[in-house]
Each structure stands twice: as C-alpha cells, then as structure tokens.
Design a protein around this ligand. Sequence first.
Ligand SMILES: NC(=O)c1ccc[n+]([C@@H]2O[C@H](COP(=O)([O-])OP(=O)(O)OC[C@H]3O[C@@H](n4cnc5c(N)ncnc54)[C@H](OP(=O)(O)O)[C@@H]3O)[C@@H](O)[C@H]2O)c1
Length: 299
Amino acid sequence: MSIGPILVTGGSGQVAQALGRLGPPREMDMVVLGRPQLDFDDAGTILKAFATRPWRYVVNAAAYTAVDAAEADEAAAARANADGPELLATLCAEARIPFIHISTDYVFDGSKGTPYREADPTNPTGAYGRTKRDGEERVLKAGGHSIILRTAWVYSDTGKNFVRTMLSAGARLPKLRVVADQKGSPTAAADLAAAILDIIALIDRDGWRPGFGGIFHATGSGETSWHGLAVATFEEARRRGGPSPEVEAIATADWPTPARRPADSRLDNGKLAGTFGIALPPWRESLARTVDSLLTPHE
Ligand SMILES: NC(=O)c1ccc[n+]([C@@H]2O[C@H](COP(=O)([O-])OP(=O)(O)OC[C@H]3O[C@@H](n4cnc5c(N)ncnc54)[C@H](OP(=O)(O)O)[C@@H]3O)[C@@H](O)[C@H]2O)c1
C-alpha cells in the first residue's frame, strides 16, 4: 500500500465535508481539496494536485450535481462528471492507488419496480444521469483499483440539499407542496462518508482483493418519497421547536422540472454488505440526527 494521505476532492460539497469532519482512519492523514485548487474545468489543476505528493487513496466527491441546470449545460456536467473522473482514475491506475468514486441512482430510469442491482441496465432520463453514467464507464475503463459507490438523495446539515430547503421553506410558508410519486432512499452524507472510511480501513488492513473493484450501491436503509422525507423532516423539526407547515402530496406532473427524474430509484445494497460487511443506517434515524444538528443550538 502506498504511503501518503487520502486525497478527497469536492472540498465544499456535502460528502467531502462529512469526510473531513470524520477524519481519516487511524494512522492515516487526509487532505480535502476543492476549487480552485482542484477544478475539473482545468485539467492542469488535477495533474498538479496529483503530483504534489504520493497519495494513499483518492476519493472523488466532486461532481456537477445541479440536476436541472445540467439540462442546459451538459458539456459542463460532462467535464465534472466524466472527463475529470476519467483523468483521476487514469492517474490512480498508473500509480496503483485505490480510487473511490461516487455515482448516482439517476443512472437508472426508475421503471424496474423493485430495487436496482448493480448489474441492471442503466438508462438515465437526463443530462446529469447521462454524464454520471459516462463517468462510471470511463472510470472502470481506466482499469485500476476503482470502487464506484452509487448513492442517492444525499442530505447533510451543510450544503444545498432537500432537507435544508424544506426547513427554510417551512419557516417562511404555512403550506408546502411536495412530490409524492417518486421513491428513493435518502442518504446522510455522514453515513456515506463513514462507509467510505470503513472501506478504506478494510483495504488498508487486508490489502486489495479483486472483488473490491466495480460498482456498489450505497444508500441509506429503507425508502420513502420526497413527500415522505418532507413529512419526516417536519416531524423531527416539530419535536425540536422548529417549523411545522402543512405538506401537501402532489404528483410529479404538478411540479414540472427541466430534468425528468426516475419514479422509483431504490437501490439494492446487498453487494456492499456482502463484500465489505457495510450497511448504511436507516434513513429515518440519520434524518433525526441531521435535523437535530440543524435545529439544536450548539456551543
Ligand atoms: N446530492 C445528491 O443528492 C446526490 C445524489 C446521488 C449521488 N450524488 C453524488 O454524490 C457525490 C457527492 O455529492 P454532494 O451531494 O456532496 O455534492 P455537492 O454538495 O453538490 O458538492 C459538489 C462538489 O463538487 C464540486 N464541483 C462541482 N463542479 C466541479 C468541477 N467542475 N470541478 C471540481 N469540483 C467541482 C463543488 O464545488 P463548488 O462548491 O466550487 O461548486 C462541490 O465541492 C457526487 O458524485 C454526486 O454526483 C449526490
């Protein structure tokens, strides 16, 4: 195993921040880099960041995550979600550094009707999903020791996410309308970060095994709809003296967006459990912790 710190990209993002907060496994160091030091729009910054020192692992938590905006600028989404990850994966492969890359449930069209498994055919319904799917394919083609974790509906007490949007809208408005016919699995950034660090600790302890490479689904346990997530968020908020608006269930058709989203993007996490012995906690429990952190004053 090479020496040096773990490199985490996407420094200002939810997952990178959560990784930084948890810190590296024992006897390892971690460096979290964001823009402008590491910018997928400027390949030179990737080469420079990579060359500054030997890295032990690289975790790519940077991505173009604006699902609707990607429809109008697929080229920018492709630079961040496919070109950049391909270059990082290639550099890691050449240097024999394990590479952990994050992808999305939006590579699927949502028509399967049961939780998706890793080998199910992808069929993204929008530009974001297309560029992330291309990123997966190009990372795998780079041929190194790459692990791709497909996650979903990520939220945290920092950054831009549905839970924070609901709480701020709920503080201003007496009634919110939320889509109830899209199913998925909310995932706390802190839980995904903990899973990533557990994977790294396992590789560090036991060495790389061929079964570690490839795609794994990694979402919070359980499922709900966006409406269910909003209702649960306000249940937790109410207990802590936070906002408690009425939440009306509406259909996707009543909330038009530039990007079409999958109606049912639940992921089967069995391969992650079978290979690494890791299961992310139930989404409802992690949501309670996140709302607590957002609404409880801390010193
Ligand atoms: N958020 C979700 O609901 C969700 C769902 C499924 C999968 N995922 C995946 O999970 C991973 C982490 O997502 P997240 O929620 O932590 O994302 P996030 O909070 O939106 O953060 C994205 C990070 O990527 C950076 N970034 C954007 N474009 C970049 C570029 N061209 N070059 C370098 N950095 C760039 C952003 O930097 P700036 O702050 O400078 O823009 C930010 O630091 C991503 O791979 C994402 O696709 C997320």
